[in-house]
Write a protein that binds this ligand. Structure first.
Ligand SMILES: [Fe+2]
Ligand SMILES: [Fe+2]
Length: 253
């Protein structure tokens, strides 16, 4: 930059440079705004574009996120989209060590994918739906159930109401009515114990030194998760759009 420029000339140049560099505009989905407690209207795309004539509203890949392969696999989502997965990896390892069948090891490996990749509230229901076309019905059922069953003890398998819940939600917390209703339905279901097993292996106090790699489960995934050849998000399944929402979470339309 020319040293003889005045301060305001420098500011103008900087602004111009910034507007050239900003070649895309992100408008957050309503859900993200509401999560910030923001009930205001979304930013006005036209006004933003008037200030940055070269900018376009984001309709493709988000340059701020890691690029994903054209035909993403479940492993790719673990690598490029999901947050830290140590909890899931350790739960799955715990299930392996306990001799659980492979489909239940997969259920433990996937039980919280909604929490680490999509939406927290009702994560069991969302997570089950995400994998529904690709896994045994029992796996889907168990993932959905684990979120509910976590709130209810079962002495027969030594499962107690989590101390972490007392701490996190308060001693007076009671599950919502729909959770209680689902519990009453689930406790009599033929797959009750499959859902229950996830809660048994849903371990939170880990050995911090126990490092589990996703690659340890390559074969379990290969045998129990029907990876679509077109890639997750592009296989025209009833949940493809949900996987695409993780690939491009800020896509405008
Ligand atoms: Fe969970
Ligand atoms: Fe969990």
């Amino acid at each position: 930059m020319n040293e003889t420029q005045t301060l305001s000339q420098r500011a103008d140049a900087l602004e111009e440079q910034m507007s050239r560099e900003l070649d895309y505009i992100v408008i957050k989905s309503r859900l993200y705004s509401m999560a910030e407690g923001d009930m205001g209207p979304p930013p006005n795309a036209a006004a933003l574009m008037a200030k940055n004539p070269n900018a376009r509203v984001l309709m493709g890949d988000d340059p701020r996120l890691p690029a994903m392969p054209e035909k993403p696999t479940l492993m790719d989502f673990f690598k490029y989209r999901f947050g830290p997965a140590a909890h899931l990896l350790q739960s799955a390892k715990h299930a392996v060590n306990a001799g659980l069948p492979e489909n239940m090891v997969l259920a433990c490996l996937l039980h919280d994918i909604s929490t680490i990749g999509f939406i927290r509230g009702d994560h069991g229901y969302w997570g089950a739906q995400l994998v529904e076309p690709y896994v045994d019905e029992e796996v889907t059922w168990a993932i959905r159930a684990h979120q509910v069953l976590r709130f209810y003890p079962d002495e027969s398998v030594g499962y107690e109401y989590p101390q972490s819940y007392v701490k996190t939600f308060g001693a007076d917390y009671r599950p919502d009515a729909y959770v209680e209703e689902d519990y009453q339905r689930m406790r009599n279901h033929k797959w009750y114990m499959s859902g229950r097993m996830i809660t048994v292996h849903d371990i939170y106090s880990f050995d911090p030194n126990a490092k589990v790699e996703l690659e340890e489960f390559t074969d379990v995934i290969g045998r129990n998760f029907r990876q679509p050849e077109q890639g997750l998000g592009f296989d025209n399944s009833p949940v493809s759009h949900m996987w695409r929402a993780m690939i491009r979470p800020a896509k405008y339309l």
